[in-house]
Design a protein around this ligand. Structure first.
Ligand SMILES: [Zn+2]
Length: 178
């Protein structure tokens, strides 16, 4: 029998709706995290030579290792794939170095934050020598390219920097990146 009573409003109704919306709201962020980040490039040079990366003029490149700090906040994977290709149109300072490299190793750090200058500062602390103005046309850093006589991969402090920066975004990092 209809008593004429109005249905009881359930206090959790609004919560339920919000909960259902959550996966939709998170999805674009998830995609963004997967795609973007900052990175270190480890470039090995076997023979001393001079490069001319545009406005920088002549830059003497020594035999040894160079670490470059960059960012690919929109498409990290495509950026890293480009750095590993030898044949490409030389556009950025770093292109002039990777085109003469014996090997190029990549250390991606997924993040949606602009950590590259902080990362460059951390690498600068380990390296005794930087290439002034290299890769830092768009920021106030003195350089984003650092020289190492020995392979920094064998230096625990270098590996620690990579892990430290990967952990910086651990709260929002969803999957490991390899
Ligand atoms: Zn910078």
């Amino acid at each position: 029998m209809d008593t004429g009573e109005k249905p009881v409003c359930r206090p959790d109704a609004a919560t339920t709706i919000n909960t259902l919306k959550v996966p939709v709201a998170i999805d674009p962020a998830r995609k963004n995290l997967t795609m973007g980040g900052v990175y270190l490039l480890l470039v090995r040079i076997d023979k001393e030579q001079v490069i001319r990366p545009g406005s920088l003029g002549d830059v003497k490149i020594s035999r040894g290792y160079y670490v470059y700090v960059g960012s690919g906040l929109n498409n990290l994977e495509a950026r890293l794939a480009r750095h590993k290709r030898k044949r490409k149109k030389l556009h950025w300072h770093i292109d002039y170095l990777t085109s003469i490299a014996s090997t190029v190793s990549t250390f991606p750090i997924r993040t949606k934050n602009r950590l590259e200058c902080e990362l460059a500062e951390a690498v600068a602390m380990l390296s005794g020598k930087s290439v002034p103005g290299f890769g830092s046309s768009d920021c106030t850093c003195s350089s984003h390219l650092f020289f190492f006589a020995e392979n920094p991969e064998n230096d625990e402090s270098f590996i620690d920097i990579v892990f430290e920066f990967r952990l910086k975004d651990s709260r929002t990092q969803l999957t490991p990146f390899q």
